[in-house]
Design a protein around this ligand. Structure first.
Ligand code: F6R
Length: 260
């Protein structure tokens, strides 16, 4: 696992943006795995800027989002399809036909999950997967106790996740309690994974992910098993790491060795 500790959240976003730009330059037909929530929004803003400046194009890319709420259609303002259109797709040159998010109002959510999982593999698998991390260590909506080899499926949210995400819902607005999410096995199949975490409220989850045992109690710890996982955090999110000094030094060496 490559652990990158940067001074602040803007540096984290810049790092992730550079990674996606490089991916698309190397392989314009990349299959991108995308996330919603607070963690990726600055990265998306930067990608929109880079595309407007002509530095990168999404014209030949395809995207798969991690998850969606069961029961919300794509035009619902709290759906993740809506979030993606608003925060990225409406502002870049990607063909919307090539952007996939599980269909939240599918008649049969279980069938929809199977279809989604199949589609990812039919397209050849994800090249670069972007992730955030929940304060309880979830990735996608794989809550603690999720199987580490799970595939896309319906997952009931924990109280802590419902509470953490209630900030996005208006007063009296119905908040879904179930999701469709890529599984941990689906995420681990991506060729490269980059997880972003900023802020002190994420520090405990980050420690579990990076230094804890690989356990279903902290789904993000499964990334320790991935050959090409990069965890990018700011100083606040890194505060609980005991190997922080080593990680900073190792990253300096990594960059120096890359120049050879
Ligand atoms: C979002 C997702 C979630 C979030 C996580 C962190 O598609 O899959 O795992 O990444 O809940 O959310 P934020 O970034 O809002 O703190």
């Amino acid at each position: 696992m490559r652990l990158v500790i940067l001074p602040n959240s803007d540096d984290v976003a810049e790092f992730a943006c550079d990674l996606f730009v490089r991916q698309l330059k190397d392989k314009p037909k990349s299959i991108l795995g995308l996330a919603t929530g607070s963690s990726p929004t600055s990265t998306y803003k930067k990608l929109i800027g880079r595309q407007a400046a002509g530095e990168v194009s999404f014209a030949d890319a395809t995207s798969f989002n991690l998850d969606e709420y069961v029961g919300l259609s794509g035009d619902h303002t709290q759906s993740y399809r809506y979030f993606m259109n608003e925060n990225l797709f409406d502002h870049i040159d990607i063909d919307k036909q090539n952007t996939f998010v599980p269909n939240g109002d599918a008649a049969n959510p279980n069938d929809e999950c199977d279809r989604y999982e199949e589609l990812i593999s039919l397209m050849g698998g994800i090249d670069l997967q972007l992730l955030g991390i929940g304060i309880n260590g979830h990735i996608g909506f794989n809550e603690p106790l999720s199987s580490l080899s799970s595939r896309t499926r319906v997952k009931t949210l924990t109280k802590s996740t419902i509470e953490a995400n209630s900030r996005f819902f208006g007063e009296g607005e119905r908040q879904p309690t179930d999701s469709m999410t890529m599984g941990i096995g689906t995420i681990l199949d991506a060729k490269q994974v980059v997880m972003l975490a900023t802020g002190s409220h994420k520090s405990e989850a980050v420690r579990g992910c990076v230094e804890g045992p690989v356990t279903a109690s902290c789904p993000a710890s499964a990334l320790q098993m991935h050959e090409h996982a990069i965890v990018v955090v700011d100083e606040d999110a890194a505060a609980d790491l005991s190997m922080k000094d080593y990680a900073i030094w190792a990253e300096t060496r990594h960059q120096a060795l890359e120049q050879l």
